[in-house]
Design a protein around this ligand. Structure first.
Ligand SMILES: [Zn+2]
Length: 160
């Protein structure tokens, strides 16, 4: 089943979030266009953002459920950075963005969507990218389906 970008799906995810941590839930599912996990390392995984800021918005997430960076050991923090660099290379090859926003949002006031499970954002940027995504019923409209983005990232991951 392919993912559709609909407010209904958004409501579904919101209700899921109230029941538990989305990152802990997704990592228990088989990898594919449903859980959107493109790569698994020993300590961290890389997952497409279900509500991306731009097309190709990925996140590097530790398996362990911890709220902040100082709660992670050195090996986990290092793997986050190495996977972030690989993610950057994959996006450069597959999507040729003109720039990136990369980093952590820690705490609700800083814009964190998932408060208790720290994650590193990799957001590809293009000039005028906030213009080509229009708002429709509170949901952003992206130039391709998440399932297509998933297949492109997964295919390129091993080539880079
Ligand atoms: Zn969690």
């Amino acid at each position: 089943m392919s993912f559709l970008w609909t407010p209904w799906r958004m409501e579904y995810i919101r209700s899921e979030k109230r029941q538990g941590c989305i990152f802990c839930t997704e990592q228990k599912l088989p990898d594919g266009s449903e859980n959107l996990i493109v790569f698994r390392g020993p300590l961290t995984f890389v997952i497409l953002n279900r509500f991306p800021y731009t097309c190709g918005h990925l996140m590097v997430v530790p398996y362990i459920h911890k709220a902040s960076l100082e709660d992670l050991d050195v090996a986990t923090r290092s793997e986050i950075m190495e996977n972030a660099v690989h993610t950057l290379e994959v996006l450069k090859k597959e999507y040729q963005p003109q720039g990136f926003n990369m980093g952590f949002n820690i705490g609700e006031v800083a814009g964190a969507g998932v408060l208790d499970h720290v994650h590193f954002h990799v957001v590809p940027r293009w000039g005028g990218d906030t213009n080509f995504m229009s708002a429709l019923g509170g949901a952003r409209v992206l130039p391709e389906l998440l399932s297509e983005t998933y297949e492109r990232i997964k295919r390129t991951w091993d080539e880079v």
